[in-house]
Design a protein around this ligand. Structure first.
Ligand code: ADP
Length: 153
């Protein structure tokens, strides 16, 4: 069974993330969209809120599961029997960052392979960071958010 983990903070999930997962669905038997919890990191939205959004967005996708984990992504993949990591590439700076992480994960994860999909052009400027700035600035983030993701007032 080909299982991929799509790890991220999803703070919050954007249309860019969803587009990536849906394009990857035909490539794997199962995709686990997993929120990596880092106790040192400050998030804008609670883990419960971010998980609820993921559940809502992928509720009709039979082969997509939603989860969260602590610790190293590579260890989590071993725990759930995933031999693949899914990541998105928007630009050259994503590439530089992802290249190093993927090489490390390949060692720590004992052969764990990262599969990259290049983001679609209409979403390549979407990021959770930008969405958080828009929310903090009091503008409407809905053009960036999937249906079902409503930001609490
Ligand atoms: P992290 O905290 O690990 O950066 P994110 O939630 O920001 O997690 O992103 C998770 C993954 O989604 C990363 O591989 C990132 O490149 C990808 N991603 C984020 N935004 C987009 C987008 N607009 N198009 C395609 N992939 C994206």
């Amino acid at each position: 069974m080909k299982i991929a983990v799509f790890p991220g903070s999803f703070d919050p999930i954007t249309k860019g993330h969803v587009e990536l997962v849906l394009r990857a669905v035909p490539l794997f038997d199962k995709i686990i969209v997993a929120i990596g919890v880092n106790s040192q990191k400050k998030y804008l939205f609670s883990l419960e809120q971010r998980l609820a959004w993921l559940e809502e967005v992928f509720k009709n996708e039979a082969n997509v599961e939603v989860a969260h984990f602590q610790g190293l992504t590579a260890h989590y993949c071993q725990e759930v029997g995933a031999e693949y990591l899914l990541r998105g590439l928007r630009n050259a700076s994503d590439f530089d960052y992802e290249k190093t992480i993927s090489q490390l994960n390949n060692i720590v994860g004992e052969g764990l392979e990262t599969i990259f999909l290049i983001s679609e052009p209409q979403y390549s400027h979407f990021s959770s960071t930008i969405v958080r700035e828009i929310i903090k600035g009091g503008a409407d983030p809905s053009p960036f958010l999937p249906k079902g993701v409503i930001i609490p007032k």
